[in-house]
Design a protein around this ligand. Sequence first.
Ligand code: 3H9
Length: 703
Amino acid sequence: MTTISAPSPVQADGTASEPVRLFRTGPVAVIEIDNPPVNATSQAVRAGLLEAIREVDLDPEIEAAVIACAGRTFVAGADIREFGQPPREPHLPDVINAIEDCSKPVVAALHGTALGGGCEIALACHGRVVDAKASFGLPEVKLGLVPGAGGTQRLPRLVGTEVAIDLVSSGRNVKAAEALHLGLADRISTGDLRADAMDLAREMIGKPLRRTGDLPATRMGAEVAAAKLGEIRRKARGAEAPVRAAELAMLAADVPLNEGMARERETFLELRSSEQSAALRHAFFAEREVTRVPGLDNVEPRPVQKVGVIGAGTMGSGIAVAFADAGFDVKVVETNEQALAAGRARVADIYDKQVASGRLTDATRNERLSSISYDVGLATLSDRDLVIEAVFEDMEVKRTLFRDLDGILPPGTVLATNTSYLDVGAIADATARPTDVVGLHFFSPANIMKLLEIVKTDTTAPDVVATGLAVAKRLRKVPVVCRVCDGFVGNRILSRYRQQAEYLIEEGALPHEVDAAMEAFGFPMGPFAVSDLAGLDISWARRKRLAPTRDPRERYVDVADRLCEAGRFGRKTGAGWYRYEGGKRIPDPFVTELVEGASRRRGLTRRPISADEIQARIRAAIVNEASKILDEHIVERPLDVDVVMMHGYGYPAWRGGPLFEADRVGLQAILDKVTERAAQDGPGWEPAAGLVSRASSGARFYS
Ligand code: 3H9
C-alpha cells in the first residue's frame, strides 16, 4: 500500500505503483484500488486494503474514508484465478470485517459492476454512493460458489431476508435505481462520484456508525422457507450452490454475524473445491477464450455499422432485432410487400412483448424500431457493410441470391449466410469474391440466444472472420469459430443426440422417460419436448430432402415422420411427441402406439430402460461426435465444443460442457462402460468410432 499526499497515483513511467493507495486529501481520505482489468481482490489488494484501513483507524488527522476504484469498475470480485491455489492471508472476510469495525466512517464509491467480493466490501462500508450506471450483485452461484466474505450474512440485514435470498440464489445484478429502492445504496451520484461519496463521508463524521453486521435480519416462517428452498432447487436443475446460498441467507436471522460468517466460509471453501465449481469456472473462462482465435491476433476487423438482413421470417426478424438492440443501422429486405409487412409485424411484436413485460420502455422500443428500415428487393443493400441472408434453407436459392448480391454490393462488404446445415463454401463459390463470405449461424430466438457460430470456409479472409468476432462482441453474443461440416458443431452433435434418443424409444423407453432423464441430467428440456417447441415440420422437410441419399443400411427410426404425417407438428398444432392442454405437455397413448409399432417393425423386444442408461448413452453419443469434430479440425479446442453446447443447447453449465465433463469422468471410463453394455444389452451400445480413436490415442481433452 502506498500513501500519497499529492493527487498523483501514477509513477513517472505511467504504470500504477501498487494496487491499493491511500490519498490524504484533508479529513476524508480516499483509498483507491487499482488492479486492472477488474480490480479483483488478489492477495496484494487484500493486504493493501487492510493496511489502508488500519492507517485510517489510527491516524488522528483522518476522520473518514472513501473506498473507490481506478479504471472501468469497482471491485468485480475475488480473483477467480486464485481459486485453484490454497487461500493466502489476509483473507477477504477479515479485511471486510476490519472495514466494518473501523472507528471512522467508511463510504464506498461504486462505479461499473460491484460484484462478489466487491459487493461484500460495499456491504460492510457504513455508506454506499453509486454511479447512476453502476450495478451490484453476488454472482458467486454462477461459479458454483456461495459468497464467501459475509455477503450471505450482511445482505439480509441490509435489504431483508426475502430479497437477499433472491439475489444470492440467482446471482442477478441490481442496477443503481433498484439498489437505492432496496436500501443497498444510500445515494445515486449525479456527477462526480468520488466527490459525492466524500460529501456523505463528511456528513457522517462524529455521528454513530450504522454497521450492517449489527442490524437484525428477519426470520422466515418454516413453511415459507421450505417452499422457497424447494422452488430454488427446482430452478437450479442440479446446481448445488443456489440452494446452499439461500440456506445461508436464511441463517442470518438465527445466529450472530460471526457465527453466520464462519458457516458461510466453511460452505464457500467446500464448494470451491467441488466439481461443479471447477466446471463453472471452466465455463467462465472458456466463454472468454473462444473469442481469442489462434492466428487472428493482429488482424483488424472491417468496420461495420450498416447491416442488411435478407428475409424477414422468424430468423431474419430476430437477427434484425439483435442488431438494432446493439445500435446498428439495420435494413430488412424481402421479395414482396406482403412478406415485408409480415416481417415488420414480427419485429414490432418482439418489441411489444418486451414493453408489455416491463423489460423495455416505450421510448427505447421506438428508438430501436426507428433504427430498422424495410425495403423490397436487394438493390437498396448497396450501402451496407455487412449483409446476412436468412432465407429458405435451399442450396440453389442461396447460391442464386449470393450471385445476385455479388453484382450489387461494393467490394469489401461482408457477405454472411445464416444457414444451419448447408456448405458455406459452395455458397461462397457462387460469388466472384469467396474471401468475403462467412457463415453467421444465429440460434433461435436470434435476439435472445447468446451463441453465434462463425463458420469459415477454406477461402474466408482472416479479416472477415475477425469482423464476425467483432460484430459478435457488439451483439453481446458468445462466438465460436468453426469450419464447414454438415450442421457445423452444434446441430451436428444435436443430430446424434436426437438419433440416440430415438434409438432409446425404439428399444423400450417412452419419449417422456427420455425427456425426464435428460431434464434430471440438467438440460432445461428433454429432446422430444424441444422438438415439439421448435416444430417437427422443419426437420421433416429436411429428412424428406435427404431421403434419396440416405444410406439404406442406416438405422432409421420413423416415428417422427409418422407424427408429421398425422399432422402433429408439435406445440403449434397442439400435439407432437406430446399432447398439449393449457400449455402443459401430456404423454399421449397415440405416440406410445407409434413407438411400440416401430419396435415391432425392427423386431425388438421392448425392455425397461433406466434414466442412468438414457443419460449414459446420450452422453456417449455427444462425446463421440464431439471427438470426431476435433479429429476433423472443425474446431481446434475442446472448449469450443463445450461453449457451443452450453450456450446453444442448454448443456448444464455446472457440468462444464460435454468434453470438460468427459475428461473428469475419464474418456476411457466412458468407452469401457459403452463396451461393457454393448456385450450385455446389444444394440445402441456399439463402441463408437470417435470415442475409440480418442481413447486409444491416449488423448485427454484438457490438460
Ligand atoms: C467472489 O467474489 C467470492 C467472494 O464472495 C469471496 C471470496 C473469499 N477474477 O468479462 P470480461 C477477467 S467470486 C479474475 O471480458 P466485461 C476476465 O477473465 C467472484 N479475473 O469483461 C477477463 O480477462 P481476459 C465474483 C477476472 O467488461 C477480464 O477480466 N465475481 C475476474 O465484459 C475482463 O473480463 C464474478 O463472478 C475475476 N473475478 O465484464 C464476476 N472477473 O481479458 C466475474 C473478470 O484475460 N466477472 N476477470 O480474458 C464478470 O462478470 C465480468 O468479467 C465483468 C466485466 C462484469 C466484471
